[in-house]
Write a protein that binds this ligand. Sequence first.
Ligand code: SF4
Length: 320
Amino acid sequence: MFEEEIHQTIISGNLFSSGETVAIGASGGKDSTVLAYIMKLLNEKYDYGLNLVLLSVDEGITGYRDDSLETVKRNKEQYSLPLKIVSYQELYNWSMDSIVRQIGMKNNCTFCGVFRRQALDRGANLIKADKICTGHNADDIAETVIMNILRGDIARLRRCTAITTCSDDDGIPRCKPLKYTYEKEIVMYAYFKNLDYFSTECIYSPNAYRGYARAYIKDLEQVRPSSILDIIHSGEVMCIKEETKMPVQTHCERCGYISSNKLCKACILLEGLNKGLPKLGIGKTPKTYRTEGASNSQNLVHVQTVLVRARQKLAPEMVL
Ligand code: SF4
């Protein structure tokens, strides 16, 4: 059933066409390992006619990514799929270890997230992929919906529930075949199939903000078990007012990557790192979310307070 549901998601969402090269974002974690296994299985069972390639990003995190990449290398042999690895060091001349040495453990995920998104695109370009598919599951998407609502980030709110997103005509489309698959199902499937995956958390993971959204959704699920799919559905049908200003997509003047400003976020962050001013480019929040005179940390506290209050209303005894 698990496999058939994902097949139905792929077919009804028109995710792929025969003959395409599909890069599977592979981190060695449970989601991407299950995704790689299922894509290979369904491609053969239903004759999708896809050319599948594992694509990994090496952020340069000693004791975490080096170990998880060993898992991906084993998956490459186990599933007989080619593997391409791109690293932050070769793309940006910085590893996450060296970035954290410079900026500390605050904002490190901002650098990592911006660089990873671009690295996946660059890797997919190198292998001439037509599509990128990632292992985002239903829980991830519901959390992102809640986070984007609380941040007032309308542009991301609109994109985050789309099963296929493409920020520009010449960008590589990204799709999420596990969009409607619960994290619990993925863990059980990986266990049942005895899949080889890596389950350690990143050593630089603070993840506080997402953690609040996750805890809130877990509470919601106790009073309404369908909450995760309901939130995704709400995100899908949410109407954004016509007059709402959306960022205009153009290309970065420096590296050519898709951007809504003259310079893309990765180039601004890199410039800050190279000049010894790592805070340059950090901390922009959507105007709709920013309150007059409030700093980012004040805004984050505001979001956390909203979530804690929501959880208290839901079940006061659950919140310490
Ligand atoms: Fe990168 Fe942060 Fe994720 Fe670690 S937790 S891999 S630093 S985004």
